[in-house]
Design a protein around this ligand. Sequence first.
Ligand code: TYD
Ligand code: MG
Length: 463
Amino acid sequence: MARVKTVFRCTACGAEAPKWAGWCSACDASGTLVEELVAAPRQPGAGLVRPSTPVPVAEALGDATEPVPTGDAELDRVLGGGLVPGSVTLLGGEPGVGKSTLLLQALASVAERRAAACGGRRASCLYVTAEESARQVALRAERLGVRTPSLWLVAETALPHVLAHLDALAPDVVVVDSIQTVHDPELGSAPGSVGQVRGCAQRLVREAKARGTSVVLVGHVTKDGALAGPRVLEHMVDTVLSFEGERHHALRMLRAVKHRFGGTHELGLYEMGDRGLVPVPDPSALFLADRQPGVPGSVVAPVLDGQRPLLVEVQALVVPSGAPSPRRTAQGVDAGRLSQVLAVLERHAGLDLGRCEVHVAVAGGVRVPEPGVDLAVALAVASSATGRPVPPDLVTCGEVGLGGEVRQVHRTDRRLAEAARLGFTSAVVPRSAPEAPAGMRLVRVRSIVEALRRPAPEPVGAG
Ligand code: TYD
Ligand code: MG
């Protein structure tokens, strides 16, 4: 039996303290220290891994960092090609968003490809379920139509057993669902504690590197971020993916928050359906599918999520209200930016919104945290307030400054090209915007006042 000592660990940053205190001396968070039992090291040097051999930097690249495609186009796009052998990826997301579904599908796809390449019933992929029973996962697999013989499944929560399965099956890719529910009895502390989560992840990272196995860990994040595990884990793993979506919408977004083997600018899009997650190759068409052109308060904006241009419909509804401070709601756009745009409209465009409720939403459950949507919000609010629809073939993008000026946003060319691709023929843009893509007329404006007046457009762009 290993000797055990008690320490206090911060659930926010993972720092260790010898005594309990009301705050963490490392990160200043208050009320985050929790008791934890740790086994004292048995012998000096025990558990030390073999030393590495230094090599010239140009020779250190090797060929092990080549990503291997999973076959899931959206996941591969976000990962910059696929899973790198020996890498560890953490997939975070709120409970119920679809993490288990995504990974079961992705593993099935990998297993299918490997089976085609090497044949036989070898367990090329292993799904370790530490949260649900094997039967529950099997039922999900049935619902998803997953029958690949080389995708194996085991319900296991003890880390030593998980490692024994890795020894026995030598899979190429392993999913551990979730890292919060596996535990190592050697570590002493309670399952789910920060020390356990960190200790188990550390071990799995080491094993991934040593075996050249790609390991994917599932990590839960609650709405208030109370669970410390994933944040502590972010430093240990190579890649952190975040899976997001609104509870009442089918749309799911996959992003890389950290990626040692590539950029973090790609966006993966899926729709959750009856038979799992379906990739959305043309999100703009999806978001605009149910639009009613010609309705006051509706404006289409080309926005950028990472590097991916998307067309979204911004809707505004302005209605008179007798309340002393009428309601303002913002769905999908930042509430602070909405207040700012409303203030600019009142001050610079003379729009009287003081006695009106203002509701602004981005259709389809999309979140647009960027300022490029400001001008669309302004035009949508003005359109609803005046009852005058904007032309159905018009898009707009630009940031609205506090002085009422309209500024250019990042990659306006890509945004306009996407709008032109979907058949939009005119765009209200800041004066400094680049040339119009083929088939599109630009209306260049300096200020919000000019945007609302909409001066004569330029001739159609030649591209
Ligand atoms: P799940 O993958 O279990 O989420 P997580 O692992 O992130 O907790 O999936 C959660 C939800 O997805 C669940 O409410 C059921 C729904 N779902 C579908 O709508 N269609 C499907 O084909 C599957 C498998 C799940
Ligand atoms: Mg799950």
